[in-house]
Design a protein around this ligand. Structure first.
Ligand SMILES: [Mn+2]
Length: 424
């Protein structure tokens, strides 16, 4: 683990500089009518969940190139997640993936308590076959033409809810790889009817205080049609199932150049935005680090979220969802968590009264400049001060590297093979 001593030593090097930068930014924001303490408090209270699979062997659909000290099981993964939280103070929860993380509830709870974490949404898996399973998902799961295969997939989702209830989770996320690879392979309507029927049975098993999140994805692994291919289909599902069903938006699951912030606005307007999977992409579902390719788009998504925050009941879930081969996943997840907080802070800086005025006056140039003005501000001192005051690191990556954590766990955890893909 990372000791407080290591963090304190690291922070001592930059504390004076941070104070000066924070005060200077505070004076600047004050001239814009913004209270820096207010922004800092909101950032400090903003958490994003880490997916358990995110700390595992980084990979793509083609290959994995494991690094040293890969976690062996969910308990190692929780150790890694706790490092991310300790240094960033931005990731207090972990999202489990079943069956990969299936363990007795009591063991999961005691480990989470030991490392100071709690559990976010449960994620089911019917996109691959498990060794002990009766029916194959090769041709689908919740939408399979065979009723027994559908029943097996439904049962698995209900088992995820049951485990989740024991460990304090409040949501189930369903993503299915069901679809087709060829025109004519499936009846598009019948397949969606089967989906709705299966999802309805899972919904019926949902505890009263839970949310069912469904995640759309345009393609992959099905390459001609995907059952839940876009936000429109996802909205239909959420409307059909009931109040506890909401849509999850994964930033990588759309066609290139799709206006994601507008999807966010639409789902929000009709009370159906359930949460996010944050990542970034250039071409498809690339699962790159959040904010690494198009930070302005991430900001525009948060601009919609801040706009919606005036409704106290608006409380979407936030999770990172990324996986690739070229960095230490702990470092990537820390950087991404900070980027999510940054986008939130920047969106909070937008002068909303001025923006509304320019919109009403049809002053397009000044309206877009008002948004940009928020985006162009360097909020690093706010993010760093929020971490510092919560006991985290001024520079999480530098503190992590100084701690030697990866080398320490590499000596305890055996090297894993690079076989198989690892993307979700
Ligand atoms: Mn996702």
């Amino acid at each position: 683990m990372i000791s407080q001593d290591i963090i304190d030593q690291h922070n001592a090097l930059g504390a004076n500089r941070l104070k000066a930068d924070y005060d200077a930014l505070g004076a600047h924001l004050d001239r814009r009518g913004i209270d820096i303490e207010n922004i800092k408090a909101k950032v400090a209270g903003f958490g994003v969940a880490v997916p358990s699979w995110g700390v595992g062997t980084g990979g793509t659909r083609f290959a994995r190139f494991p690094g040293p000290g890969e976690p062996r099981d969910i308990f190692d993964k929780l150790d890694d997640c706790s490092v991310i939280q300790r240094l960033t103070c931005a990731t207090p929860t972990v999202s489990l993936h079943i069956p990969w993380d299936a363990q007795p509830a009591a063991d999961l709870i005691s480990k989470a308590e030991e490392v100071g974490l709690s559990f976010d949404a449960m994620n089911s898996n019917t996109f691959q076959d498990q060794p002990d399973q009766t029916h194959s998902y090769k041709f689908g799961s919740l939408t399979h033409t065979n009723a027994a295969t559908r029943a097996q997939a439904i049962e698995h989702n209900i088992a995820c809810i049951e485990l989740g209830e024991k460990i304090g989770s409040k949501a189930l996320t369903i993503w299915v790889g069901d679809g087709s690879n060829f025109p004519g392979q499936t009846n598009l309507t019948r397949q969606f009817e089967r989906y709705l029927e299966s999802a309805g049975q899972i919904y019926a098993a949902l505890p009263g205080d839970w949310t069912l999140l469904t995640e759309h994805k345009m393609y992959e692994p099905a390459f001609y049609s995907t059952v839940v291919q876009d936000w429109g289909t996802n909205l239909l599902i959420a409307q059909q199932l009931g109040d506890q069903a909401k849509c999850l938006v994964d930033l990588g699951h759309h066609a290139p150049n799709v206006n994601i912030e507008m999807i966010v606005a639409r789902l929000t307007q009709f009370g159906k935005l359930g949460g996010f999977h944050f990542n970034d992409s250039k071409y498809g579902d690339d699962d790159l680090d959040t904010g690494s390719i198009d930070p302005y788009r991430l900001f525009l998504v948060f601009n919609e979220l801040v706009e919606a925050e005036v409704d106290p009941g608006f409380n979407p879930m936030h999770m990172l969802d990324q996986s690739h081969n070229v960095t230490d996943p702990i470092e990537s997840l820390m950087v991404s968590a900070v980027e999510v907080q940054r986008a939130y802070a920047l969106a909070l800086l937008v002068d909303r009264a001025a923006l509304e005025g320019f919109q009403n006056d049809n002053d397009a140039l000044m309206a877009t400049a008002t948004l940009k003005h928020g985006f162009r501000t360097d909020v690093d001192p706010i993010l760093a001060m929020a971490r510092f005051e919560s006991g985290g690191a001024l520079d999480p990556v530098a503190a992590y590297r100084a701690s030697g954590y990866r080398a320490n766990v590499a000596s305890a955890r055996p090297k894993v093979s690079g076989a198989g893909g690892g993307i979700v």
